[in-house]
Design a protein around this ligand. Sequence first.
Ligand SMILES: [Fe+2]
Length: 289
Amino acid sequence: MRSVNSDNITETFLSYFSEDTDPRLKEIMTSLANHLHGFIKDAKITHDEWQQALALLQWTGEITTPERNEFVLLSDVLGVSSLVDMLNSNPKATSSSVLGPFHINNSPPMKLGADFKRHYEGEVVLVEGCIKDIDGNPIPGASIDIWQTAPNGKYSSQDEEQDINSFHGVFTSDEEGKYRFTTVKPCVYTVPSDGPVGKLLDATGRHPWRPSHIHYIVSAPGFKSLVTEVFPDDDPYLDQDTVFGVREDLVVGYERKAAGTFPVEGFELSGAVHEDYLRFYFDATLNKA
Ligand SMILES: [Fe+2]
């Protein structure tokens, strides 16, 4: 079309697809063009504003490294990561939640009941639960990949003081689908705010805080892997997670246990517990593949 204008640019764009374009790609690009062009018209975007948007994306690319993916973070704070999770979840299975940027591959395997916190001090928590299918049958031999912040609020990849495997480990469910380990209560923390995402949050008056959580990836042959997080029910940021990761079924009560009642059978502990400790249960239900 020679005379492209604001009324026909979307239609013109769609006419450029070749006939053998993959149908799903065509569906996605058609929707993208309709919404993106509609957004530019609706918000009456100026040249300066569009240049700012492109500069933000350029900065996002420049700051991204193998250890820090600012595009993932941008998707998270815009609510897009969580929306994709919600649209692809089965209500009978445990909700998925954001992966975040701090997962590491090949975390060390750990024995059931192991002391995940090792020598770190903090409020001791016993974690246990069961891995099940959507009919309630236990899944033995499931892999449960766990990671969390150290008591200083940092993941190992953010902290030179920590070994890279600190607070990262993989458990395997027993013949009844059960798992358990000892750890310390994770901390609230801020998403990285020294880059374009931080600038965007600041400009819109948003804070960068996340409620404390423990990350899980649960996988087993024949089942869809579950990427999720578990939150304590008394966290101050539960209702204002900056990446929109909280779901009702991912919130658990940390039960307080009296000092002197540890050790509990099946849980290892380095050192002694002289104060109250905490305990929570979290069962994960997996979808069939
Ligand atoms: Fe996290």
